[in-house]
Structures are given as structure tokens and as C-alpha cells.
Ligand binder design. Structure first.
Ligand SMILES: C[S@@+](CC[C@H](N)C(=O)[O-])C[C@H]1O[C@@H](n2cnc3c(N)ncnc32)[C@H](O)[C@@H]1O
Length: 518
């Protein structure tokens, strides 16, 4: 039987001497999908509170409900269940070892989730593919959170299909590689893969995720660059530190001047506070002195993205920079916030994290090839990149959709900082072209051209899986024009897509095969 921890006898006695609270505490599950659910903890009898077997630690809640502690923590973070102290009071922050949840509340929540699953099942949505109980940590496991990217799918979705329709050693293609989720998952499952993307920066993210590293050296380099930038930053902020003799007064001014002269980008000068700009440019200067330059670029890019003069609640699509030092009412933190005025804070946050993530993936990865190609999937010649004679077993991909995202602009800060060449004109379905009938028509032709092209490299019985939010019902025409047959359409509810906020929507996964008559 599960053992439930009760307060220590000493604590119990102490608590009993206190006057009993008269009122009940109401914990409203705000923002919850069950927003009408109210949990009322009766505190009018002290004994109830002290000996309340309903209060359990996260580990106990996980054990009893068959979930993981990560799951339980995730429910708390998402506001699905309340965070309580050892006496059942709702709290914001728990002291060490004090965190409790109400077992009844966890069970009630899980019951409602199972009912919702049932409802989705009746609506024709695949019950496995909503991934409702999956903790954020799992969705973004290891290298899948090496760099933010708007519009990526979760590795569990890829895993589900690769598991059912393919086997170890099968060659998998993603013609819309994005940040490389398909290739990372395929590699983890022992499948060789190839991916193509029109955006050079996206290919860069994918390559860094899939790279092989001497982990000790990678760690040494990352931490050394971080500490060199930290010293530079200390000097900028006039901190008293003996190691700052590297930057004597007369030299620091010259150094700043020289660094700023290297910055030709109006964008960088506008979207960052002066010290943040200096720190990121100083980091960029150091990169050529190290072996793992691409890895360092990804850490810097991630830090730079988080150091823009923008609000905390609009990291993905900020419209304009806000002034240094200006306060705003923050929707994320529900208080007055100020934009960040430096970059080192984020460099510090992401350096160790990146090293940990590549080390985690290193333990899981296979030695199968994962080939990244920067190109246009309508015309790319895959045979020039694949080993001689290889035909692909399948495709797993999510194409851009009509007028939703500008994929180059999404990472404008990285293009400006590293000077990667841009290929916006070849992006399919960009946001800037809108969703008009003409835009839809162009989209149909472009996506069909991609599948016509890549089908040439596919085995006759190759399987194609396309994840799309097909709001305009374009995919049956695309299939026809590409010489493909839709064998099955699987619907799934999307409750939380990484980097896309909490708005639920439905997407289709089209399972297509080559039309034998073509
Ligand atoms: C929905 S995203 C893919 C996201 C990916 N599944 C992931 O998890 O990161 C679509 C991608 O298609 C790329 N793309 C757009 N037009 C393209 C083209 N003509 N050829 C190749 N890739 C293109 C975009 O740059 C974008 O990265």
C-alpha cells in the first residue's frame, strides 16, 4: 500500500495549539479548462488539515496515479492543480520539502482529462495523438529545445509514426526540415535521414542539434567564452573585479568603439540596449577562436533573441522595440516589467543548458547519418546528397501553411548578427503573401512541385506523412497534382504546440502513397 507522509509529531502539536481558522480556503483553478471547478479546503477543523491524507508529495501523487513527477509538476505549472503547503494552504513558492498537492484534485483533473480524451475520440480525433498528459519537459527534451523556433512539431508525434510505419535502418526524408525535429527523432530511433530547408539559419539549428561533439571540449569552450564575455560585461558595468585589468580604462573605450564599428546592422542597433549590443558583438568576436563555432553561434543566437527590447509575453512575433528602461504591464508575469538591458544574463542561462542538452542527446543517439541540405525542395537533387543508390523509405514532414509564418523573418536577429544569406523569395506560403485565393493557388502548385520532385527519390511503396492545418482544404488537390493518393487522413487535436501558445486547434496528418499510374 502507498505510504503517505504525515507531519512530524512535533509539528503536529505545535499546529494544534494554534486557533483554528474559521474560513475555508478557496482555490480557484484559474485559466484551467475546468475553470468552474473550485477546490474548497476545509480549515475549520485543525485535525483535518494536520492529518489530511489527501495532501501528498509530488512523488506520492505520481505513484498513486501512475504518472511521473514531471507530469504532476507540469499540471501545477499549467495551473491545472493547486500548489499547497504541508497544511493545505495555497502557496506561490514552496520551502524545501514543503510542496504538497491534493490527491483528490489530481484524480479529479485526470478523470476530466480522460473524459475529454473520450470526447475527442467521438469527434474523430485520434486519442493517442493529442499528447495531453505529456509534460513540457518531455515535449522539449534534450536538443529539441536548443533554440526557439515558431512552428515546430513535438518529437513524440514523429516518434509515434516512425514507430508504426517504419523500422530501424529505413531512410526518412523531411523536405521542410525546419529546426530538424524529424531528423533528431529518426536518428534516435536508428533511422538514417535527410532534410531540406530553404532557410540557412534553420539548417544551422538542425546541424547543431545533430552534430557530434567531444563533450569535454565543447563544454570547456562554451564556458570559457561565457566567462570571457562576463568579464567584459563586468567592465562595462564598472564592477570591481581584479581580473578586469584585461580592460584598462583607455583600452575599454577603444574596444567599445571598435566593436560598434563592426556592427553594420540598423536592426541590431535599434532592437537592443547599448550594453546588450556590446556584449553580443564581443561574443561574436570570440567565436572564430574556437572549434565548435556553430554551437557557439546557436547559444549566442538564443541569448540574443531573449535580449531584444521587447515585452516578455511576445517573444515570437514582436512588432517594434520598446525604449530602454521603459516599464510596461506584463501579461506573462502580471506586474510591471522592464525590457532586458544586457545579453550576458541570457548567455549565462543558455550556455550550461546547451551543453547539458547535447550531452543528453549524445547518450541516446545512433550512428546513423542525418544529412542537412540548404535548398529549395521543389528542385533539390537529393541523389547528389544521398549515398549512391539509396532510395527513401518515407517522408515525415510539416510544410509551411498559407500566409502563416515568415520563416526567415522569424530569426531576423540571427541573420543580422551572422550575415547568413537570405532566400525569402523561395519560401513557400509566406505570411507576407497573405491568404488570398491567389496565395492559396500559388501554395497548391508549390507544395505539389515539392512532392513531385522528392517522389523521384522514394521507393515505389514509400510512405508519405504530411502534418498540416488544412483550413482551406487544399491537400486533396495537392495530392492529385503531385501524383499521390491519400490513403488515410488522421485528425489530431493540438492543445499545446511548442512556441505557438495555448490556443487549441485541429490538424490533419495525411498518409499518402505514390499513385501507381503516374
Ligand atoms: C512548419 S516548418 C517545419 C518545422 C519542422 N517540422 C520542425 O519541427 O522544426 C516549415 C519549414 O519549411 C521551410 N520552407 C519553406 N519553403 C521552402 C522551400 N521552398 N524549400 C524547402 N523548405 C522550405 C521553412 O523555412 C520552414 O522551416
Amino acid at each position: 500500500m502507498t505510504k503517505i507522509k504525515y507531519p512530524t509529531p512535533g509539528k503536529e502539536t505545535k499546529r494544534k495549539t494554534k486557533p483554528a481558522a474559521k474560513s475555508a480556503i478557496k482555490v480557484e483553478l484559474k485559466k484551467s479548462i475546468f475553470s468552474k471547478t473550485k477546490l474548497v479546503l476545509r480549515e475549520d477543523t485543525v485535525a483535518y488539515v494536520v492529518n489530511n491524507p489527501d495532501l501528498v508529495t509530488l512523488e506520492e501523487a505520481a505513484r498513486i496515479t501512475g504518472k511521473t513527477t514531471h507530469n504532476i509538476r507540469d499540471y501545477i505549472q499549467r495551473g491545472r492543480i493547486a500548489k499547497l503547503d504541508t497544511e493545505g494552504r495555497p502557496i506561490k513558492r514552496a520551502e524545501n520539502g514543503e510542496l504538497r498537492v491534493s490527491l483528490k484534485e489530481v484524480q479529479a483533473f485526470l478523470y476530466l482529462v480522460s473524459q475529454r480524451d473520450e470526447k475527442h475520440h467521438h469527434a474523430g480525433l485520434h486519442p493517442d495523438l493529442g499528447f495531453y498528459g505529456l509534460a513540457e519537459r518531455e515535449r522539449t527534451k534534450h536538443v529539441n529545445r536548443l533554440h526557439p523556433y515558431l512552428g515546430k512539431f513535438i518529437p513524440q508525434l514523429v516518434e509515434w509514426f516512425l514507430n508504426r510505419y517504419f523500422k530501424k535502418g529505413d531512410w526518412i526524408l523531411d523536405p521542410f526540415l525546419g529546426s530538424g525535429t524529424t531528423l533528431v527523432q529518426a536518428n534516435e530511433m536508428g533511422m538514417p535521414s535527410i532534410g531540406v530547408d530553404i532557410s540557412e539559419f534553420n539548417c544551422h539549428i538542425a546541424k547543431v542539434k545533430l552534430g557530434r561533439y567531444d563533450l569535454a571540449l565543447a563544454r570547456k569552450e562554451v564556458l570559457e567564452v561565457e566567462s570571457r564575455v562576463q568579464r567584459f560585461s563586468n567592465r562595462l558595468h564598472q564592477k570591481d573585479d581584479p581580473s578586469l585589468e584585461l580592460f584598462p580604462d583607455d583600452r575599454i573605450d577603444k574596444l567599445k568603439e571598435g566593436i560598434l564599428a563592426e556592427c553594420k546592422s540598423e536592426y541590431l542597433r535599434t532592437w537592443f540596449a547599448p550594453n546588450a549590443l556590446l556584449e553580443m558583438l564581443y561574443y561574436r568576436r570570440l567565436i572564430p577562436h574556437y572549434k565548435y563555432q556553430d554551437l557557439l553561434r546557436i547559444i549566442l543566437s538564443r541569448a540574443v533573441r531573449s535580449s531584444r527590447l521587447i515585452t516578455h509575453y511576445d517573444l515570437a512575433t514582436p512588432k517594434a522595440p520598446i525604449a530602454v528602461g521603459e516599464t510596461y504591464l506584463c501579461r506573462k508575469h502580471n506586474r510591471l516589467c522592464m525590457p532586458i538591458d544586457n545579453c550576458i544574463e541570457k548567455i549565462h542561462a543558455y550556455s550550461e543548458d546547451t551543453v547539458r542538452r547535447i550531452a543528453e542527446f549524445d547518450k541516446l543517439r545512433s550512428d546513423k547519418p542525418a544529412i542537412v541540405v540548404n535548398g529549395d525542395s521543389r528542385s533539390v537533387q537529393l541523389d547528389q546528397h544521398l549515398p549512391k543508390g539509396v532510395l527513401l523509405d518515407g517522408v515525415f514532414t510539416s510544410p509551411p501553411y498559407v500566409g502563416q509564418i515568415d520563416y526567415h523573418d522569424q530569426h531576423i536577429y540571427a541573420y543580422e548578427l551572422f550575415g547568413f544569406p537570405r532566400n525569402d523569395a523561395s519560401e513557400i506560403g509566406p505570411k507576407k503573401s497573405g491568404k488570398s485565393k491567389a496565395a492559396q493557388e500559388a501554395y497548391v502548385n508549390d507544395i505539389a512541385a515539392v512532392f513531385r520532385n522528392v517522389s523521384k527519390y522514394l521507393k515505389p511503396d514509400g510512405k508519405i506523412f504530411i502534418v498540416a492545418n488544412d483550413r482551406f482544404n487544399l491537400y486533396s488537390r495537392i495530392a492529385e497534382l503531385a501524383g499521390l493518393n491519400i490513403k488515410e487522413t488522421i485528425l489530431r487535436a493540438v492543445t499545446k504546440r511548442t512556441e505557438q501558445g495555448d490556443n487549441p486547434y485541429q490538424e490533419s496528418i495525411f498518409y499518402m502513397v505514390k499513385n501507381k499510374k503516374v
